[in-house]
Design a protein around this ligand. Structure first.
Ligand SMILES: Nc1nc2c(c(=O)[nH]1)N[C@H]1C(S)=C(S)[C@@H](COP(=O)(O)O)O[C@H]1N2
Ligand SMILES: [Mo]
Length: 206
């Protein structure tokens, strides 16, 4: 009998990764305090009209659930994590965000000036979400409350580009659409710009 076929991680663990059941907390700097009264989410840059939403407005948007495997560049991976939030596709379908024809990249802007960059194509995939909930509960402060970008791998979806978890910004406050790419916080610190988990694009030398 092929016991391997019973292994839920089969084919899902990228090279150099180890499974964890915990949910480690990883970030640079302090954890910000969330003030729902002053919190504003902004979209600007290569969009037809800039957008500003209060927390009340953002929280009222239609939400999507997403189950995916997340892979941290520090080598931990966690399978079947459940997220809920607003997809960029939803913001576009509702007409709230209209990228210009020149828009090619999205820079996530978070508290304290933290940024993370991704191609627009990746942010439009099913494995990228602006998440408000993890595992059925609102995000905890240390995991990015009230809003964070999340990106991972959906098992079986070989059509998607899968990147390391650092490409999702905790404490997200806005999205900037750009024509050209601009390295984010960890990318400037030496992490790989593309961050493909299957190709092990961890640092700029990989
Ligand atoms: N604002 C912010 N977001 C961030 C980071 C950070 O330093 N600041 N670190 C990234 C990294 S390196 C990882 S691995 C994940 C960790 O998310 P977690 O703490 O929820 O596991 O957040 C990402 N998002
Ligand atoms: Mo990380």
């Amino acid at each position: 009998m092929d016991t391997n076929s019973e292994d839920p991680s089969r084919g899902r663990l990228p090279p150099g990764q180890l499974l964890t059941r915990r949910f480690p907390v990883l970030h640079y700097g302090p954890v910000p305090r969330f003030d729902p009264a002053s919190w504003i989410f902004r979209v600007w840059g290569e969009v037809e009209t800039p957008l500003q939403l209060t927390w009340q407005e953002f929280d009222a948007l239609p939400k999507t659930k997403l189950i995916m495997d997340i892979h941290c560049v520090t080598t931990w991976s966690k399978l079947d994590t459940e997220w809920e939030g607003v997809s960029l596709a939803t913001l576009i379908n509702l007409g709230l965000v209209k990228p210009t024809p020149e828009a090619a990249f999205v820079i996530q802007h978070a508290e304290f000036g933290f940024t993370a960059n991704l191609p627009l194509d990746v942010c439009l995939q099913d494995n990228f979400l602006l998440a408000t909930h993890y595992d059925g509960q609102p995000l905890t402060a240390e995991h990015g409350a009230p809003l964070r970008g999340v990106v991972g791998a959906i098992p079986g979806r070989t059509d998607l580009k899968d990147v390391y978890f650092w490409k999702g910004a905790k404490w997200l406050r806005g999205l900037e659409f750009t024509r050209t790419d601009r390295p984010g916080f960890w990318e400037r610190a030496g992490y790989h710009n593309e961050a493909d988990i299957w190709q092990e694009q961890r640092t700029q030398r990989d």
